[in-house]
Design a protein around this ligand. Structure first.
Ligand code: CP
Length: 303
């Protein structure tokens, strides 16, 4: 069983399938609502960056599994200012059964995991957002009934969400194409990691090419948290990469629109686009809860 969940690659194919099956049972109510694998346990949630979906869905997940979540902001604990990440992990391990952390730098997660005696969960880093990808895969399965053979087209920045989703697609037999402007695609090491997980990525600089034959059109913000100084340059580079009605119409009939949120309306999607009849964005947000319950259950040894 996995120790830490810093990357989608920390789950074997079988573990990933098991998490998605358990998440689906939570989503549909087939779990009968009885499992309390976190009863009497505490989950520490250490966040360096703002969050709505991740913070609340983990908090609710812990509550629904019978546990108790303690939220800690970066300033509150003085991460690497008041004391080093390693000591924070060592101390939290004495009280908490799992540490969920959202960090600016992926290396901080690795340092926490290296010193922690309990599982550390990536709640977003600059490299990956694997908890989001679990919900994304669950949402694709919810809408298309399968992952194997489903074609996912990602239009935008090859960011943390894109990498985790691409690894998840590779692990589950879904195809993955990405359209990014020159200089904003995956770096070669990430392309190799995705290929090593199961399948190669189709890359292009042309959004129309990526969405042709797609069952899922996925986009995300052009400027992520921490990149605000690049916002103007990114708006210029990503001009023509907005996912609007016309681009969505070029995908397969029945294709869904996905977005991890929050959205920058008027950039990667027009205002109102996430309420489009083919948008699955709010299912994605809901599925954060179900997917994370399944993950926490696995990490707590309850699955
Ligand atoms: N998608 C996502 O991670 O949302 P938050 O930043 O609000 O947690």
């Amino acid at each position: 069983m996995t120790t830490h969940f810093l990357s989608i690659n920390d789950l074997s194919d079988a573990e990933l399938r098991g998490v998605l099956d358990a998440a689906d049972a939570f989503r549909t109510g087939a779990d009968a609502g009885g499992a309390k694998p976190l009863a009497g346990k505490t989950v520490a949630m250490l966040f360096e960056k703002p969050s709505l979906r991740t913070k609340v869905s983990f908090d609710v997940a812990v509550y629904e599994l019978g546990g108790h979540a303690v939220f800690l902001s970066r300033d509150e604990v003085g991460l690497d200012v008041r004391e080093p990440a390693e000591d924070i992990a060592r101390v939290l391990s004495r009280w908490a059964s799992i540490i969920v952390a959202r960090v600016l730098d992926h290396r901080t997660l690795e340092r926490l995991a290296g010193a922690s005696a309990v599982p550390v969960v990536n709640a977003l880093s600059d490299v990956e957002h694997p908890a989001q990808a679990l919900a994304d895969l669950l949402t694709v399965r919810q809408h298309h009934g399968r992952l194997e053979g489903v074609q996912v087209a990602y239009v935008g920045d090859a960011n943390n969400c894109a990498l985790s989703l691409a690894l998840g697609c590779a692990a589950t037999g879904a195809g993955f194409a990405i359209a990014s402007p020159e200089g904003y695609g995956f770096d070669p090491a990430h392309l190799r990691a995705i290929e090593a997980r199961g399948t190669s990525v189709r890359t292009t600089t042309e959004p129309r090419e990526a969405v042709a034959g797609a069952d899922v059109v996925y986009t995300d913000v052009w400027t992520s948290m921490g990149q605000e100084a690049e916002a103007k340059a990114r708006r210029e580079a990503f001009a023509g990469f907005m996912v609007d009605e016309a681009l969505l119409a070029r995908a397969n009939p029945g294709a869904i629109l996905m977005h991890p949120m929050p959205a920058h309306y008027g950039e990667e999607v027009p205002a109102g686009m996430l309420e489009h009849p083919r948008s699955a964005a709010f299912d994605q947000a809901e599925n954060r809860l179900h997917a994370q319950k399944a993950l926490l259950q696995l990490l707590a040894g309850g699955a």
